[in-house]
Design a protein around this ligand. Sequence first.
Ligand code: UD1
Ligand code: CA
Length: 497
Amino acid sequence: MSPPPSREQKLTQAQPSVAAVVVLAAGQGTRMRSRTPKVLHAIGGRSMLGHVLAAVAPLGGARTVVVVGSGRDQVEAHLADIAPDARAVLQEQQNGSGHAAAIALDALTDVDGPVLIVNGDAPLLRTSTVQALVDAHRSAGDLLTVLTASVPDPTGLGRIVRDGEGRVTAIVEERDATPEQRTITEVNAGVYLGDRAAVRAALSRVGAANDQGEQYLTDVLGLLVGDGAPVGGHRAADADDTLGCNDRRELAARRRTLNDRVLDDLMRGGVTVVDPLTTWVDVTVDVGPDTVLHPGTQLLGATMVAGGAVVGPDSTLTDTEVGEGARVVRTHADLAVVGPDVQVGPFAYLRPGTRLARGSKVGTFVETKNASLGEGSKIPHLSYVGDATIGEGTNIGAATVFVNYDGVAKHHTTIGDHARTGADNMFVAPVTVGDGAYTAAGSVITTDVPPGAMGVARATQRNVEGWVGRRRPGTAAAAAAEAAHGRGTDDAQGTRS
Ligand code: UD1
Ligand code: CA
């Protein structure tokens, strides 16, 4: 079943808003100082490029072209993964955003109408903001409309120059701006909607006579204004949407903003977030109402937490499902399924393939992998459970190891329903313990235990009488033993309590 359409999808279902989308993602991202191409840096569960593509996808552009260059192999592989319908076009040399846009538009010669051109490093962009640009473009009947934002600190950004009547006349990059232009606080967001043919033609006239010696996409605006063409600027309602990301400090700041948005949405939906500063939730995560997220919780990837659950403190869940009313405390989980009313932790490690049925428990210092635990079953303390199937209502004794690896291959252990295994057991796989069976504490179980049997696999104890007095004379232990003997046989034999 596909989920109901979101507000943003409904907004755009009527007719496609743009004919095609171009994402500029070839830049070197020098300021990031990274081996990873800038647009592949991840925040909030997606790459920056992934966020941009997700924001523009609902606009219905029939074609999406991504300009790649620096780190192109990595970017292309990532694109194949997240947006297989997008086409990568190569900008061999990074001669500027205008040069990149021209290459993209040349790959779209059969497209007629408005093309959206977006910087690939704008991870906070939302569909509604781009849709507002589209609407402004349409109602003004512009040939080109640029998304702008008023920001308190415009440092490093292109300034929007307007004439006396408020019409946009040019974009000036900071390094080329006059001191007076630098005082302008309306900036270029790096999101443009323009007629393909008109923008492409103007790009042919863009030179590189600027401080960086690059062809600036931003110059197209002034050129079209010079031609007397209708050009406009649409100010974004929320300036955060337009913020780019050029270095690691901005990466941290964008991540913070995105996380705040995600947590705000969750809290509006009835989720308690005890400490928003230390709780990190990816945009791809779902959390149900009346769930409590304690400090230090990270919910990542395709994680889904149902309602009424408690997660944290200090828990990291990746691609993990948590059922209604479950409690997951100080836990690290990866690709695990935690059923309803299950208790996990504190200090548990659930590895891929862990499936915990309703009302079961994985306790303190327990690691599980490829293991399913039946309804109401418990692994309370200090155990490793790998490659196992455990039935319902079974209790696994403390300090148990499922010995699944013979040095070459992994093997499976099966424990039946309502079994009681003793503390400090080793289950040497492959081995099966039947329904209702018991095993003795300290057993190394290497052969199957039939249903209802007691499996005992340990050395028989022998006591060497008087050993301490003979071999450790003069010690506190010897004195204690002698005193016990003096008090009488009962005490000397020891009482079990
Ligand atoms: C750009 C804008 C600036 C705007 C800011 C918003 C230009 C000239 N300036 O500045 O007005 O305020 O974004 O964040 O566009 N790219 C290529 N090939 C290239 C060069 C760049 O594909 O040869 C891509 C980059 O990968 C990036 C985008 O174009 O996604 C913008 O380039 P970037 O270097 O980040 O420009 P800014 O200096 O941030
Ligand atoms: Ca940028």
